[in-house]
Design a protein around this ligand. Structure first.
Ligand code: ZN
Length: 292
């Protein structure tokens, strides 16, 4: 297992972590400059942040600074109630692949979606099995396009509390079942993003990480699980402040040969987003060394 205690060369910042500074939305170019100033070598930006600044401008900044993208957030949201909705999702996902290619991302992260309408407050149906089959079909179709463009797809299993509105793939086992069905050759084109926040509780986690192997382990996301958790989405903790044994999980992932970045991804409307983003980045560096 790599020693992170003396430097932060394997730290990546998911830009949602510093999306806000003292509650104020931060432009992505400012976030990039702040990362570069601190010797942070990788980021994982969100599509809306890239769109707000303009893809060509961000692409240029990334290249100028020699930054790497540990991932691109995100594609997915495949389920829909009609063919027009499925088609819109397909087209949007293809655009996400194109953007990820332009930015030379290590992978496109997929938050696969769940019951249509649930995210905006009203689910259009209760058939989660239907959503899961639409997800599988959607990934299969996108995989063909992603392979042509040489952009790996990383399915991110989300904690079961998001099964209704964000992702109906909730465990590593489920995600890997989809991978094995659609990419039995383990080509490297399809795998998983292991986010400790979503999977730390799973009694099968170690076994499923072993099952995944190097070919399927495309991204590693870190933050911490707070007790109590006061918000379903926006109460993620800084590494070391919660109950997740992050080094143990990183050890399992690295034992399979994963040698990429540890990507810090913290959504925290009540704490970290209220602080100065400089303080948040400095804390990420310290905790990357001591708690990851
Ligand atoms: Zn994540």
């Amino acid at each position: 297992m790599r020693d992170f205690s003396t430097d932060h060369r394997w730290l990546s910042i998911n830009t949602a972590t510093v999306r806000k500074s003292r509650g104020v939305e931060q432009p992505l170019p400012d976030i990039i400059e702040a990362c570069v100033q601190r010797g942070i070598r990788a980021i994982s930006p969100w599509r809306d942040q890239v769109a707000a600044a303009g893809l060509p401008a961000i692409s240029k900044l990334v290249k100028t600074h020699g930054l790497e993208l540990s991932g691109y957030c995100r594609g997915g949201m495949f389920p829909a109630t009609d063919t027009a909705g499925l088609k819109a999702a397909r087209e949007d996902n293809r655009r996400a692949v194109d953007e990820a290619c332009e930015l030379n991302a290590a992978c496109l992260v997929l938050v696969v979606g769940a019951l249509p309408g649930a995210l905006s407050g009203k689910a259009m149906h209760k058939d989660i099995a239907l959503s899961r089959s639409q997800v599988s079909d959607g990934i299969a179709e996108l995989l063909d396009y992603a392979k042509i463009n040489k952009m790996p797809l990383a399915i991110e299993p989300l904690h079961p509390m998001y099964a209704a509105d964000r992702a109906c793939i909730n465990t590593m086992e489920q995600a890997l079942d989809v991978c094995d069905a659609l990419d039995p050759a383990k080509s490297g084109a399809l795998g998983v993003a292991v986010d400790v926040y979503h999977v730390w509780w799973d009694p099968k986690l170690e076994a499923q990480i072993q099952r995944a192997g190097k070919e399927r382990l495309l991204a590693f996301h870190v933050c911490d699980w707070m007790t109590p958790t006061t918000h379903l989405l926006e109460d993620r903790g800084m590494m070391g402040d919660g109950v997740i044994d992050i080094p143990r999980i990183r050890g399992w992932v690295e034992a399979q040969g994963f040698a990429g970045y540890s990507e810090v991804e913290i959504f925290s409307s009540g704490n970290w987003w209220r602080r100065e983003s400089a303080e948040v980045l400095d804390t990420c560096i310290v905790r990357h060394r001591s708690a990851v």
